[in-house]
Design a binder for this molecule. Structure first.
Ligand SMILES: O=C(O)c1ccccc1NCC(=O)[C@H](O)[C@H](O)COP(=O)(O)O
Length: 247
């Protein structure tokens, strides 16, 4: 059976190939870095997510700029924008519109497998990109990581288990994301964060990703000592209920 990651990457291959021939305007400096010494102890990366493979439609008609401004007002440290169109109903135009409207760092949430895709993310205004260990060979990951860093992008390297974490740590990264969602079964296990967090040196900023829907979920994750959380569905459904954890 094809894994969902393989399926998503295959479905997007024509879109991604198109980035190789796009004329892009690149502004090199990262004017909104995520990894700053003044960052709060516990950060929120709030995600804009119309739909997902695990949940279907979440909010197909969301005003992405209004939602981003809401996240900024309630204390988010960064905004994650899904740019994948087929499974998440996102688009790079969302990222560009949000970039024009808010000052916060923006994470380009996409399934990046090529350097042209990194250039596309940079030119759209992203400050952070996601690289998923499970979607890349170690050599591809290293190449894309170095290319992204040369573009002055922060890189969130996403891991799901100890094996992927060992691959990520070889890059001496500054930022690691622990995904609580098993991408084969879509099952969420928040204990994944506690297990893997204990294996990551304290110099690395660690973000727990996925499956936090309410304040007790976030409190459970905060108690593991991670530096922040990335929340999509929970923020789309009831941002006001969760903001108490980030004030
Ligand atoms: O969310 C999914 O169903 C999903 C399925 C397959 C690959 C990736 C997927 N999600 C991408 C993400 O990383 C999440 O959007 C992000 O961690 C936020 O998750 P959540 O708070 O559970 O919406």
């Amino acid at each position: 059976m094809m894994s969902i990651l393989t399926e998503i990457i295959a479905k997007n291959s024509d879109r991604v190939k198109g980035y190789q021939s796009e004329q892009l305007h690149l502004s090199m400096a990262n004017k909104a870095p995520f990894l700053t010494p003044t960052a709060p102890d516990f950060r929120l990366i709030a995600e804009i997510k119309r739909a997902s493979p695990s949940k279907g439609i979440i909010d197909a008609t969301v005003d992405v700029v209004a939602q981003a401004k809401r996240y900024e007002a309630l204390g988010a440290s960064a905004i994650s924008v899904l740019c994948e169109p087929y499974y998440f109903k996102g688009d790079f135009s969302d990222l560009e519109a949000i970039r024009a409207a808010v000052q916060l760092p923006i994470l380009c949430k996409d399934f990046i497998t090529t350097t042209a895709h990194l250039l596309k993310a940079k030119s759209a205004g992203a400050n952070i990109v996601l690289l998923i260990v499970a979607a890349l060979t170690p050599t591809e990951l290293a190449t894309l990581y170095r290319f992204a860093r040369a573009l002055e992008l922060d890189v969130l390297i996403e891991v799901h288990d100890e094996g992927e974490l060992a691959v990520a740590l070889k890059l001496n990264p500054r930022l690691i994301g622990i995904n609580n969602r098993n991408l084969e079964t879509f099952a969420v296990d928040l204990a994944t964060t506690a297990r893997l967090r204990a294996l990551i040196p304290p110099t690395i900023t660690v973000i727990s990703e996925s499956g936090m829907l309410n304040v007790p979920d976030i409190a459970t994750i905060k108690a593991t000592g991670v530096d922040g959380v990335l929340i999509g569905e929970g923020m789309m459904r009831d941002a006001d209920a969760l903001q108490v954890m980030f004030r």
